[in-house]
Design a protein around this ligand. Structure first.
Ligand code: URA
Length: 247
């Protein structure tokens, strides 16, 4: 066991926000802490750099595997340093419906798969209600790494990773896009209106391929877990999605 300011600083950096004792009794061996990246090594692009990265036309990767490799090699987002795993995608790459969430949470970070925690379980139920499951949809996030403590990603982190999710959509070429929550909606649609007003209203996403993809902003399942009264509206949105898919 180890007690040190370094352990405390590191725990704070990875998002631990609750203190249950006066000293930092390390749950990790000293070697693990020593080997862990420290905050000063974080390299999220500055605001102008992130803006430039988001605007930069990156070479289109030829495949999903190549996209995954280029995300894994990307070093301009510090979230990578605190995350356990890169969370790339789940589901069927041939699906007509692609869902984009915000960022992995703790469960997703551990498993390296999007939407496997409580919000993911609710998402699966919402999909099942319109006869869909992960063999029929493709799921990813705007951010491929977990923000420490599940905090909302910063504008810089989003801007730095945005080219990747845009490439991801261009590779999947879905017939329809569903944006889960305000962060994904704001990142992929140039709309200043918030999710409370945008949800359930069809919009168009301009894909890197040149295609115009119908997109439906949806409430994030984590929001629905906190605000169950909104499930009625979410149900209407799922029906609207099904209607378009079946048309
Ligand atoms: N919330 C998200 O936005 N994405 C996940 O993968 C899990 C929870």
């Amino acid at each position: 066991m180890l007690s040190s300011p370094q352990a405390l600083a590191w725990y704070r950096h990875i998002g631990v926000s609750i203190c249950v004792a006066d000293t930092a009794s390390a749950l990790l061996p000293a070697q693990a802490i020593a080997a862990a990246p420290l905050p000063e090594k974080a390299v999220t692009a500055t605001a102008p750099e992130a803006k430039a990265l988001a605007a930069e036309p990156l070479a289109m990767p030829p495949s999903l595997a190549a996209l995954r490799d280029s995300i894994a090699a990307f070093d301009r987002c510090a979230l990578k340093q605190t995350a356990m795993n890169l969370v790339f995608a789940d589901g069927n790459p041939e699906a007509r419906l692609m869902l984009v969430g915000e960022a992995p949470g703790a469960d997703e970070d551990i498993k390296g798969v999007p939407f496997v925690g409580a919000a993911g379980q609710l998402l699966d139920k919402m999909l099942a209600a319109i006869q869909l499951d992960r063999t029929k949809v493709y799921i990813t996030n705007v951010l491929p790494w977990r923000p420490p403590g599940n905090r909302t990603p910063t504008d810089q982190e989003i801007a730095a990773c945005l080219p990747f999710v845009r490439q991801h959509i261009a590779l999947i070429k879905p017939a329809f896009l569903g944006l889960l929550g305000g962060v994904a909606t704001k990142a992929l649609l140039s709309e200043s209106t918030g999710i409370m007003k945008l949800r359930g209203t069809w919009r168009t996403y301009s894909c890197l391929s040149g295609a115009e993809i119908p997109v439906l902003p949806l409430f994030h399942p984590a929001f629905l877990l906190r605000s169950p009264l909104q499930k009625r509206a979410a149900w209407q949105d799922m029906l609207a999605l099904k209607e378009r898919l079946d048309a």
